[in-house]
Design a protein around this ligand. Structure first.
Ligand SMILES: Nc1ncnc2c1ncn2[C@@H]1O[C@H](COP(=O)(O)OP(=O)(O)OP(=O)(O)O)[C@@H](O)[C@H]1O
Ligand SMILES: CC(=O)N[C@H]1[C@@H]2OC[C@@H](O2)[C@@H](O)[C@@H]1O[C@H](C)C(=O)O
Length: 378
C-alpha cells in the first residue's frame, strides 16, 4: 500500500485506484482503474462490467426508496457479494472507490443512503476502500449529488479543453456539469456548475418493464416508431423542479408518476413521449449554464439511444457528441469518477463545493476503511 493514503491536504503522489459504481438503472456494476494524484489523470486502466441477474435486480428494486429493514439488508448483501466478485478480477491496486447502490436520496429530509459495506470489502480484498461519499456533503447542507463533476473538471483538462463545455450523464437520472477549464482547481468559484437535469432512462426502462417485460428500449427502437404527445410533455415541463436554480438533485423515483402521464398512449407513443421528456429536461437544464458551452459531451447508457441523442441535437445550439469523440469511455466514466474521488479523499482534497452540490463550502466526503491485520478483528 502506498503510504500516501491519509487526509494530509498536501500534494501527494499518484495512486492506482479502481472505482466501482452501481447506478440508478440497476443494470449492473461498472468498475474501472485510474492512476491519478487526485488533480490530474495520469492514465486509464482496465475495466469490467458485471450485469445483475434478474433475481439480484429484483432484490435491489424491492429495496428502492427504503431506509432500513429486511429488503435493505438483502440489497446490501447483493451489493457486497457482486462488488467483491468484480474486485477479484483486478490486481496491483492501491485503493478502491466504492460508491455502493443508492436506495434512497432525500438530502433535505432523511439524508442519502448508499448500501454496501466498505469495511467488509476492504477486509476481503486487502486494499483500503473509500466509501460513503455523499453523507458528509448532505450533513453540511449540500445535495450530496452529483459528485462526478470534480472528475469532469479533470477530464476537461485531460482532453485539452480550453473553452467552457458540458458533460451530460444519461443514466437512470440525468446530470449535467458545466466546466470552465480556464480555472486551476475545481473548487474555485465559477469553475463548475452541476445538477441533476431530471429523469433520463429510468421512466422508459420502467415503461418497457411494465408493458413489455423488457429492461430497456434498445436503440430507441420503440420510441422511433411513436409520436410525441405534446400535452403530456407540457405537463411534465410544468414541474417546479425545472425552474429551480441549481445545484439540485433527484432520487431515482422522484418522477415515477411520469408513467401516469402516458398511460393512455400506445406503447410506441408512450416511449417516444417519455424519451422526449428526458431530452426536454436536459434542454431546460442547459438554460442554467452561465455561458453557452462549446459542446455537450454525453456519457452514460442514454448515449446509445439514437432517438434521445437526435432529440438533443435538434434542440440544442452546440454540438452534441458521445464522450468517445474525445477519447473517453462513456460506459465507464462514472466508475472512473469514483476512482478519482477515492484518491482525492485519501489525499485530503475536497470532492464537492458550492457549485456542484450547493454545500456551504468545499467538502471532502468519504470514509476510508483499511483492512485490519489478522487477529485484530473482534
Ligand atoms: N443500446 C441502448 N439503447 C437504448 N438505451 C440504452 C442502451 N444501452 C443502455 N441504455 C440505457 O442506459 C441505461 C443504463 O445507463 P447507465 O449504466 O449509464 O445508468 P446508471 O449508471 O445505472 O444510472 P445513473 O447514472 O443514474 O446512476 C439502461 O437502463 C438503458 O435505459
Ligand atoms: C444520489 C445518487 O446516487 N445520485 C446519482 C444518480 O445518478 C445520476 C444522478 O442521479 C447523479 O446525481 C448521481 O450519480 C452520479 C454518479 C454523480 O454523483 O455524479
Amino acid at each position: 500500500m502506498n503510504g500516501a493514503v491519509r487526509r494530509s491536504g498536501r500534494r501527494a503522489g499518484p495512486l492506482v485506484a479502481v472505482g466501482m459504481m452501481s447506478g440508478t438503472s440497476l443494470d449492473g456494476v461498472d468498475a474501472a482503474v485510474l492512476t491519478t494524484d487526485g488533480h490530474r489523470i495520469s492514465a486509464f486502466g482496465p475495466s469490467r462490467y458485471r450485469a445483475y441477474d434478474d433475481n439480484e435486480r429484483g432484490v435491489l428494486r424491492s429495496a428502492l426508496g427504503k431506509w432500513q429493514g429486511p429488503e435493505v439488508d438483502a440489497a446490501s448483501a447483493v451489493v457486497n457479494r457482486v462488488h467483491a466478485e468484480v474486485l477479484d478480477g483486478f490486481a496491483g491496486l492501491d485503493l478502491v472507490g466504492f460508491h455502493g447502490q443508492t436506495l434512497a436520496h432525500e438530502p433535505r429530509g432523511r439524508g442519502t443512503l448508499q448500501v454496501g459495506d466498505g469495511a467488509a470489502l476492504a477486509q476481503g480484498c486487502g486494499v483500503p476502500v473509500v466509501w460513503d461519499f455523499r453523507s458528509d456533503d448532505v450533513a453540511m447542507g449540500g445535495e450530496g449529488a452529483p459528485l462526478a463533476p470534480f472528475f469532469h473538471f479533470a477530464a476537461a483538462k485531460y482532453i485539452g479543453a480550453t473553452e467552457p463545455l458540458c458533460f451530460l450523464n444519461l443514466g437512470g437520472v440525468g446530470n449535467l456539469t458545466y466546466v470552465d477549464p480556464g480555472f486551476d482547481a475545481p473548487e474555485e468559484p465559477g469553475a463548475l456548475l452541476a445538477f441533476d437535469t431530471g429523469p433520463a432512462n429510468a421512466p422508459v426502462d420502467d415503461l418497457m418493464s411494465a408493458r413489455l417485460g423488457q429492461a430497456m428500449d434498445k436503440g430507441g427502437a420503440l420510441a422511433a416508431q411513436g409520436t410525441v404527445e405534446n400535452g403530456a410533455l407540457e405537463l411534465f415541463l410544468s414541474e417546479s423542479y425545472f425552474a429551480r436554480i441549481p445545484p439540485k438533485s433527484l432520487d431515482r423515483n422522484d418522477f415515477s408518476e411520469m408513467i401516469q402521464l402516458v398511460r393512455e398512449l400506445s406503447d410506441a407513443n408512450a416511449a417516444a413521449t417519455l424519451t422526449a421528456m428526458s431530452a426536454a429536461a436536459v434542454m431546460q437544464g442547459m438554460a442554467h449554464c452561465p455561458t453557452p458551452p462549446a459542446r455537450l459531451l454525453v456519457t452514460g447508457g442514454g448515449r446509445h439511444n439514437p432517438v434521445l441523442m437526435e432529440m438533443l441535437r435538434v434542440a440544442l445550439d452546440c454540438p452534441v457528441q458521445p464522450v468517445e469523440a474525445v477519447g473517453l469511455d462513456g460506459d465507464m466514466l462514472e466508475a472512473q469518477a469514483f476512482a478519482f474521488l477515492a484518491v482525492r479523499v485519501a489525499h485530503g482534497l475536497p470532492t464537492s463545493c458550492p457549485g456542484t452540490t450547493g454545500v456551504g463550502a468545499a467538502v471532502g466526503g468519504g470514509v476510508i476503511s483499511r483492512p485490519q491485520p489478522a487477529g485484530t478483528l473482534a
